[in-house]
Design a protein around this ligand. Structure first.
Ligand code: HEC
Length: 192
């Protein structure tokens, strides 16, 4: 992040000096420089809006804290192997499980038709604001706004299994940011 901000400032400053000095040679470059600053702004915006990835958040999440956050879920969900469905389905083995796949629970159409598996990204998005992620689903829960609460409860859900799903690696997320930064570098003007 710090690097991207530096890049933005550097490119912004480049444009400014150009405006002040009106150098002919540099004027030819005006258009590509503009594109570069737009591109870097976009990369920075995306990184800021999305915040840390679930892979990063899980690195500092704890099962113990998640168990305590789960009290908010326990009115509707049991966590134990073979536990009963309540208002919501039993959540044993939920991480990695196919969405809406407990045969003895009656899901909403929205949930039943969603498809896919409960991977870390989907759980993270769903638990942020269930209504937004799967419109029409019948889980009446406002969501967990705090990154750390979500990460901890997902860490706890992961523990509800004899064979917990592998944790996601942070490297893949970092590589994506690095690649985006490289593209910006390539589009940027030569350093002055
Ligand atoms: C007021 C009751 C209620 C609360 C509180 C609640 N849930 Fe749910 N949950 C439901 C219902 C009902 C469904 C089924 C939704 C549907 O079929 O549309 C559901 C579905 C789910 C599913 C999908 C299950 C599947 O088999 O596909 C997950 C995951 C889940 N809840 C996690 C949580 C977590 C974690 C919390 C706490 C942070 C929580 N829920 C809080 C009622 C609740």
């Amino acid at each position: 992040m710090g690097f991207l901000i530096f890049l933005l400032v550097a490119i912004g400053f480049g444009n400014l000096t150009e405006v002040i000095f009106h150098q002919e040679a540099l004027e030819a470059n005006a258009y590509p420089i503009d594109t570069a600053s737009v591109a870097s702004a976009t990369v920075a915006d995306v990184a800021m809006e999305e915040g840390p990835s679930i892979a990063e958040l899980l690195q500092t999440a704890s099962v113990e804290k998640g168990e305590s956050v789960f009290k908010k879920c326990a009115a509707c969900h049991t966590p134990d192997n073979g536990g009963a469905n309540k208002i919501g389905p039993n959540l044993w083995n939920i991480v990695g499980r196919e969405v809406a796949s407990k045969g003895d629970f009656s899901y909403s159409d929205a949930m039943a038709e969603h498809g896919g598996n409960w991977d870390y990204e989907l759980l993270n998005r769903y638990l942020t604001k269930p209504k937004d992620e799967i419109p029409g689903n019948k889980m009446v829960f406002v969501g967990l706004k705090k990154d750390s609460d979500r990460a901890s409860v997902i860490m706890y859900l992961r523990s509800l299994s004899d064979t917990p799903m592998e944790l996601p690696t942070v490297a893949s997320a970092e590589e994506a940011v690095d690649e985006a930064a490289e593209e910006v570098m390539e589009a940027a003007p030569e350093p002055m």
